[in-house]
Design a protein around this ligand. Structure first.
Ligand code: GN1
Ligand code: MG
Length: 368
């Protein structure tokens, strides 16, 4: 976590249309990319919370494009909820609080891009799945979101990070990092490197299916980690998905794949005990059920790749962790030495586990 500067946060807090006085703020430890704070304000004697977030502009090079996507998507979802007469709308979609001069985000003098959201109260996220029922809710949460944005009008969304889930490009970047080996780390990661290189035959599968027109491009979330879905603290039901920076054109399968990656092993992403990491079929079944109940637009061809997508995206993220490890940890925030290598190991362990169970997983999907 970057150094938390209270004076700066107070300054940031003055830039948004918040009718209250800031009392205190805490850094929020979730996420490897952006810097996020929960701030409490006094508003007419009531405590109200907001999220202030600094966009990582090394990763999101064009914050204007990011916020343009976020505004279009959140407005669309909100309008849909309103039209449907839904209750609790301010907990069912992120709502951006404009700056004092009516902008979507604030650029401070140091080139930092800050934005503010309404804090969703009485809800929580989890770093690892606690039960199959939670995976069902994750499936429903992201399936509902995909459905809500499926008919977004207007031009194609910006690609906030081009080729984000392009496994071929991620694979090639890894090969380059291995060859360069600037930090002399390839030797420590020999086993993982060998594993990764052996997986090359699968890297083009979805890209080719897309190129053939077999599966369609859609608007997707692209970061469907389990900790990006907020569950109601009382009922445990999915309320809202967060972290919308990578909402852009993609494949529905990328989203489902990342759900498989982050829900079906009830372990942390950086679990040091690899013996604990495996794909649990009862969790997968609930995840798939929740997703297919809500993502009603999926074609037969898309469905036929659901189990495979879990393996592919878990592999792809593992490749990214390994690449970052070899490149000296410049992308993902790390909290200990070899953190990215540990993350890579859990991903690859899960890839093997999914591979062993892939047919049974797909057979279950086909039965739904
Ligand atoms: C990053 O920031 P966070 O934790 O939501 C990353 C995802 C990875 C994920 C792995 C923009 O997400 O792609 O899957 O870490 N986001 C970006 O935990 O690269
Ligand atoms: Mg994210």
């Amino acid at each position: 976590m970057a150094f938390y500067n209270e004076a700066k946060l107070r300054d940031i807090s003055q830039r948004f249309q918040i009718y209250g006085q800031i009392l205190h703020a805490e850094p929020c430890k979730i996420g490897h990319i952006n810097e996020t704070y929960t701030a409490t304000y006094d508003q007419g004697g009531v405590k109200v919370r907001y999220i202030h977030q600094k966009i990582n502009t090394n990763v999101f090079k064009d914050p204007v494009a990011v916020m343009s996507n976020v505004m279009r998507v959140t407005r669309h979802v909100r309008a849909k909820l309103e039209a449907a007469g839904a209750e609790d709308i301010t907990r069912r979609t992120l709502i951006v609080v404009p700056t004092r001069d009516g902008k979507d985000f604030y650029f401070n003098g140091e080139g930092e891009a800050w934005r503010t959201f309404i804090f969703i109260e009485n809800a929580r996220t989890y770093e690892s799945v606690q039960s199959p029922a939670q995976a069902y809710q994750a499936g429903r949460g992201f399936g509902t979101f995909q459905c809500q944005v499926a008919d977004l009008p207007g031009e194609r969304l910006h690609e906030t990070i081009p080729n984000f889930h392009n496994t071929r490009m991620r694979f090639n970047a890894l090969v380059k990092a291995i060859e360069a080996d600037h930090f002399n780390r390839a030797a420590i990661a020999k086993k993982e490197i060998n594993f990764a290189l052996k997986q090359e035959p699968m890297v083009d599968t979805l890209l080719k299916a897309l190129a053939r027109g077999e599966i369609p491009e859609r608007i997707t979330h692209n970061d469907t980690k389990f900790n990006n879905v907020m569950l109601d603290a009382q009922t445990g039901q999915a309320l809202c998905v967060v972290d919308l920076d990578t909402v852009m054109p993609g494949l529905a399968l990328y989203d489902f794949g990342d759900m498989v990656r982050t829900t079906t092993s009830p372990t942390l992403e950086d679990e040091p005990d690899l013996g604990k990491v495996r794909m649990h079929m009862p969790i997968f079944k609930e995840l798939a059920r929740g997703y297919l109940e809500t993502a009603t637009f999926l074609t037969k061809a898309e469905k036929s790749y659901l189990a495979f997508s879990g393996k592919l995206i878990t592999f792809t993220i593992g490749v990214r962790f390994l690449t970052d490890f070899l490149q000296g940890d410049v992308y993902f925030r790390v909290h200990r030495p070899q953190h990215n290598l540990d993350r890579c190991r859990t991903q690859f362990k899960l890839v093997e586990s999914i591979h062993r169970q892939q047919e049974a997983m797909q057979a279950f999907v086909d039965s739904l």
